[in-house]
Write a protein that binds this ligand. Structure first.
Ligand code: GLA
Length: 380
């Protein structure tokens, strides 16, 4: 194991000391397909100086693939997705996408702000999910790749028109993805509006640290949360915030995801299985802190999540049912990918005691999430 790990360490050391032949972060781009209006979507390949690669398209800001090493230094693609733009356009359960204007659900697809009721488009029973019929996951963003001393990145911008999917105000959104040389994927979100509105942006990669096609039930998860937002029908919060103590939602000690996922707990069964918002300890913080850790004992891959957000939706891929064939012809069966979506709580615009999601003219919405990849190899 020591010999196999030597090369990446030497290369990384060379990069740090500025040796002339040191690998450096880089980017390339190629056409990925066409939008219905004729515009071309691009596929950007970002590489860090330590051998990891992330492919991102400006369609939906989707992370199409992401490779990370296991404990022997072997890279594998650890996110679910498709090979072609046409497949994403035809139907996708938000694989790898940027989510907005409002990540997660808004009950009854409406909210009232400053005395005005705003009806939203409906796309999940009577509710709105992930920004509506054409959310930020389905639009073409302006994209600008870059590489610098931290790694490679992609700056994405989108101007969401006043009234889009029912939301007030023109919203100017900017998202910066980075793949850093120390194997972090960082996401910085910013937004400004010209009318009072609500915003809750997130990212929807389906991770599988074992590599494509495996179950996620053997992954171990730790979440730094003493409570969750209880949901009722349609996974809409009831407003109650309940302790995880003595329930299958208690991940304060790392446990395999499969250990309790089919527990008869009635709130868990609404998923069915994990598809809930954890109320992260510490609330909203000025700087990102580590809120969750996912590890796969078989490969040794570990992913830590750091964020400034107060909530985390853990979705265990319960709705994947083997009807989707993804990259490389791999069929995505039930629970073969999981999402950990940093966010404000679902349906906050309809719950005054949840942390507010209102953005007013003159304010800047800013949030940051980092996915930090490591291995459990000694010294890693
Ligand atoms: C989310 C939701 C899930 C499901 C997936 C997409 O994360 O919480 O209920 O809709 O997106 O299938």
């Amino acid at each position: 194991m020591a010999t196999r790990r030597l090369l990446p360490i030497l290369l990384l050391a060379a990069a740090c000391t500025g040796t002339p032949d040191a690998p450096v972060a880089s980017f390339t781009s190629e056409p990925f397909g066409s939008m219905p209006d004729g515009r071309t979507a691009q596929l950007f390949t970002l590489k860090n100086a330590a051998g990891a690669e992330m492919r991102v398209t400006d369609y939906g800001g989707i992370i199409v693939s992401l490779t990370m090493p296991d404990r022997t230094g072997t890279f594998a693609d650890i996110v679910l997705g498709y090979d072609s733009l046409a497949q994403y356009q035809a139907s996708s359960p938000y694989f790898g996408a940027l989510i907005g204007r409002y990540g997660n659900r808004i009950g009854g697809a409406k909210f009232t702000l400053d005395g005005v009721e705003y009806p939203l488009t409906v796309n999940d029973g009577p509710n709105q999910l992930h920004g509506g019929l054409v959310g930020f996951d389905k639009v073409l963003w302006d994209a600008e790749p870059f590489a610098d001393s931290l790694g490679a990145g992609l700056r994405l911008q989108y101007a969401s028109p006043d009234g889009e999917e029912g939301y007030p105000g023109t919203l100017h959104v900017s998202v910066v993805y980075r793949l850093t040389d120390d194997h972090r994927v960082t996401i910085d979100y910013e937004a400004m509006t010209d009318k009072a509105t609500v915003v809750n942006l997130t990212h929807h990669s389906y991770f599988n640290l074992a590599g494509p096609g495996h179950t996620i039930l053997d992954h171990e998860l730790w979440i730094d949360a003493d409570s969750t937002t209880v949901v009722g029908a349609g996974l809409i919060p009831t407003g109650e915030i309940a302790s995880v103590e003595g329930t299958p939602f208690d991940f304060r000690t790392p446990l395999p995801i499969g250990a309790r996922i089919d527990d008869p707990d009635p709130v868990l069964q609404l998923g069915p299985g994990y598809d809930h918002n954890w109320v992260l300890n510490g609330g909203i913080t000025p700087e990102p802190r580590t809120v969750a850790r996912l590890s796969h004992p078989g490969s040794g891959r570990v992913m830590e999540i750091r964020t400034v957000e107060p909530g985390l939706q853990f979705y265990a891929g319960n709705f994947l049912d083997g009807t989707i064939t993804g990259k490389g012809g791999i069929v995505y069966g039930r629970r073969t990918g999981l999402c950990l979506e940093t966010q404000h709580f679902p349906d906050s615009p309809n719950h005054a005691h949840f942390p507010p999601t209102v953005l007013r003219p003159g304010e800047t919405y800013r949030t940051r999430t980092e996915y930090v990849f490591k291995t459990d190899a000694a010294g890693a």
